[in-house]
Design a protein around this ligand. Sequence first.
Ligand code: GLN
Length: 213
Amino acid sequence: MSLRDRAASTPGLAPAIGVLALQGDSAEHRQLLERLGADVVEVRLPKDLEQVEAIVVPGGESTTLSLLLQSAGLFEPLASRLAEGLPALGTCAGMILLAEEVLDGRPDQRSLGAIELSVRRNAFGRQLQSFEADLDVAGIEGGPMHAVFIRAPLVERAGEGVEVLARVERAGVEQPVVCRQGNVIVAAFHPELSGDGRLHELLLEKVGARAGR
Ligand code: GLN
């Protein structure tokens, strides 16, 4: 029996949470999830993906992550697990990878199409224009989230099924920066860098719900 089946059928055995660990800040996500008591599997190969009940797609460089997902043979298996409802949290580059459409991507860049968003890369400005903000996130208690934006993607279109959970005001315009559709949550910033685990907790709650706990 696979670990995944075992986790689903054995009450009390924590479901494994995957962190895509091909490139980017997977270590920070791992630390945050472990602090929340999760059992973490670093996903580098298709066999790692088989063990997990949810996945975090970290920040990093979406063009590189797209290439590495394909060379590792992970792109198709991950896309199909997501299409089956695998709960996912994507931050920054992870948001880009989970989106339906990527604007200003590399011509060969692919995305997983797990959330009905069109996102434009690096649209909040380059490294020097990175910024921080305190955000109220719908459904999250305990005060604002401190958000660190680094060459963040901008949401240009959100489909009807997408809920916008938080916005940030830039140049007088309210821009969506936390979105959710079904089991997929994305943030344009890096909660793993400020050590705020409240979006990760939402992901863990989804897994609990799926395992019938
Ligand atoms: N600009 C990066 C990209 O396109 C994302 C940056 C990040 O994850 N901090 O992938």
